[in-house]
Design a protein. Structure first.
Lengths: 90, 273
C-alpha cells in the first residue's frame, strides 16, 4: 500500500493532535498516531512501510499481535475514509 | 419601515390586502431591531417586499415582485426571521465571525458569552432563561468582530411554540418576553461555550474546559462561511485562545445554566478579560 495526502481546507495542530478540515467540509480530530501518519505524508506517494517506520520511531513497536505495518495500514484506511489521504493498494 | 440586523439596514415593504396588519405584526415582533429615525437619503443595504394577500388571483399576480408572499400571516412571520438572518449573515460574511449561538451580555461590564450549538440545543429557551438578568444579544447568530472581540447585538424576535402541537412558531419580541435589552453598552466576547443539552442529564450542570482541537469540529460546524474565511481553524482557535478557550456545558434545564454563565462572565471581568 502507498498513500499521499489529499488537499484540505486547513489543519490545526496542538500538543501532537490535529484538527483537519477536509474538502468535504468536515472537521476531524486525529489521534497523536494518526496526526503523525498524516504529517509524514506529502503530495507524493509514500509507501505504508515508510509511514510505519516513522510511527515506530515515535511510538515504539506495538505490543498488539498485528504488526506495526498492519496497524499503520489500518490508520491510513481510516484517514482515507475521512477523505484526508488517497490510497493505492499494492 | 427600516430594520437593522447585524448592522445591515433593511427596508421592509408590506404590500397586499393585508399590508397594514402585516406591518403591525412586523413592527411588534421586530421592535428591538427597528430603526427609529432614518436620515433622508440614507439608502438601505437590502430591501425586502412582503406580500400578504387573501385574494389568490392577486397573490399570483403580485408574488413575482415579493421576496415573501402568502395569505397566512403566521406563516409569513415564521419565514421572515430566517430570511432576514440569512441576508444579514451573507452581507457580513467577509467582516464578522458569525456563530450559530445564543449570545448574552452583562450590561455592567460589557462581558458577553456566546453559547453555541446546533438547532435543538435550546438556544431560544436559554435566552429566555438567562435574559431576565443578562442582556439579550441574540438567540440565533452571535456576530463577533475579530479585531476587538466586539459582539454585534442581533436582538431578533424569538421563535416560540405557543401551544403544544402548533406547526408554526410564533415570532415574539424580546421586549414582550421581558428580556433585558442590550442598551448602549458595547459587548465584547469573554466566554465561548459549547452547548450539550441532554434531557436525561442528572445532577448539576457539568462544566468542562475543552482543548481547542476538540472544540474545533463543533465550532466550525456552527460558524457561517468558514470555507471562505482563509485558515478557518487557525482563526477560530485564535479567537478561542483570546477568551480562555472553549467550555462545554452539559445540562438538562436551561435555568440551571444561569449561575454557570454568570460565573464565567464574572470570572472574565474579574481577570480583566
Amino acid at each position: 500500500m502507498r498513500a499521499r495526502r489529499r488537499a484540505v481546507v486547513d489543519v490545526y495542530v496542538e500538543e501532537g493532535r490535529a484538527a483537519v478540515y477536509s474538502e468535504q467540509g468536515m472537521v476531524v480530530v486525529l489521534s497523536e498516531l494518526a496526526t503523525l501518519a498524516w504529517t509524514v505524508l506529502g503530495d507524493d506517494w509514500l509507501p505504508a512501510d515508510s509511514v510505519s517506520q516513522a510511527l515506530v520511531e515515535e511510538f515504539g513497536t506495538p505490543a498488539a499481535e498485528d504488526g506495526a505495518l498492519a496497524l499503520t495500514e489500518q490508520a491510513l484506511r481510516t484517514l482515507a475514509e475521512h477523505a484526508l489521504v488517497e490510497l493505492e493498494e499494492a | 419601515m427600516r430594520l437593522e440586523a447585524l448592522e445591515v439596514a433593511f427596508d421592509v415593504i408590506c404590500a397586499g390586502s393585508g399590508a397594514e396588519v402585516l406591518a403591525d405584526a412586523v413592527e411588534e415582533a421586530w421592535d428591538t431591531c427597528l430603526v427609529g429615525a432614518v436620515e433622508p437619503g440614507a439608502e438601505p443595504d437590502e430591501t425586502v417586499t412582503l406580500l400578504l394577500e387573501d385574494d389568490h388571483e392577486r397573490l399570483a399576480l403580485l408574488a413575482e415582485d415579493s421576496q415573501l408572499f402568502g395569505s397566512d400571516l403566521p406563516t409569513l412571520m415564521d419565514r421572515l426571521s430566517p430570511m432576514i438572518t440569512r441576508l444579514a449573515v451573507t452581507s457580513r460574511r467577509d467582516d464578522l465571525v458569525m456563530v450559530h449561538a445564543c449570545a448574552v451580555g452583562d450590561p455592567e461590564t460589557g462581558a458577553a458569552a456566546v453559547l453555541f450549538g446546533p438547532s435543538g440545543t435550546g438556544k431560544t429557551t436559554l435566552a429566555r432563561a438567562l435574559c431576565a438578568d443578562l442582556a439579550y444579544l441574540s438567540d440565533e447568530t452571535a456576530a463577533i468582530v475579530e479585531d476587538d472581540l466586539r459582539v454585534v447585538p442581533y436582538p431578533k424576535p424569538l421563535s416560540i411554540i405557543v401551544s403544544p402541537g402548533d406547526e408554526l412558531k410564533e415570532q415574539v419580541s424580546p421586549t414582550r418576553l421581558g428580556l433585558r435589552a442590550a442598551g448602549g453598552t458595547t459587548y465584547r466576547l469573554r466566554a465561548l461555550v459549547q452547548l450539550c443539552r441532554e434531557p436525561d442529564h442528572e445532577g448539576g450542570v457539568a462544566l468542562e474546559q475543552l482543548s481547542v482541537v476538540d472544540a474545533l469540529p463543533e465550532l466550525v460546524s456552527q460558524t457561517s462561511y468558514t470555507r471562505q474565511m482563509g485558515r478557518p481553524l487557525h482563526r477560530l482557535a485564535a479567537l478561542a485562545g483570546r477568551v480562555g478557550g472553549v467550555h462545554r456545558v452539559t445540562y438538562a434545564e436551561a435555568a440551571a445554566l444561569r449561575p454557570v454563565v454568570r460565573g464565567l462572565l464574572d470570572e472574565a471581568s474579574g481577570s480583566g478579560g
